[in-house]
Design a protein around this ligand. Sequence first.
Ligand code: PGA
Length: 250
Amino acid sequence: MRQLIAGNWKMNATMAEAARIAGPLRDAAGLSCDLVVCPPTTVLMAVAGLLGGSRVEVGGQDCHAAPAGAHTGDISAAMLRDAGALWVILGHSERRGGHGETDALIRAKTTAALAAGLRPIVCVGETQEEHDSNRAMEVVERQVRLSLPPGFVGTLAYEPIWAIGSGRVADEADVTKVHSCIRAIVGPDVRILYGGSVRPENAARLLALPNVDGALVGGASLHPEAFLAIAAASLADAARLEPAAEAGIS
Ligand code: PGA
């Protein structure tokens, strides 16, 4: 499957900044991956317009589980779709942590997103403390099993929380281990992205790992040259190792 490089702008970008970031992405060419940017909702429609006709698709950063109603400050999946989004990030650790989102809520949001025709990118990942006490696999496995509706086909992002915005990337051996464990649960049709301090300097190394089907990029996605450099480090299908053989899963 094609690798996907998705940019999570988080709570950054006024209209002027959004135009500055999205402008250079319009002409992205010669890349072997799919490209998505997830700007804040206030500029999403404008960014979707700016990138219209280009190969870069647009996503939201969250949506409500309900289709409409009395939910002040929230956005439904259908509204994101209406604004030009094709994707949505769900269950990011900044929402799990900062907004108390549970696996059950994320699963409900994922179901709502799929029903509205959005492609969810569901995030999972362990805390520093869970990592230090060797519980990463257990935590991630639970999140994967509980955050996805049955038969889920879409994208997952493994983002160790301690690697997000810290400049500390997870060990290649750990990424390989966690991704192959996720693969064993979700099967061959789910894309599994790595996220957490992905930069142009480390992208080629991470994207070459088995079962790494792309990257979810935060900080570096605010810099179009850096985001495009990460995309340029993606591998064409033909250049990728057979994940099952490489990870040793039979
Ligand atoms: P980062 O963020 O690339 O700045 O570490 C990743 C994310 O939170 O998705």
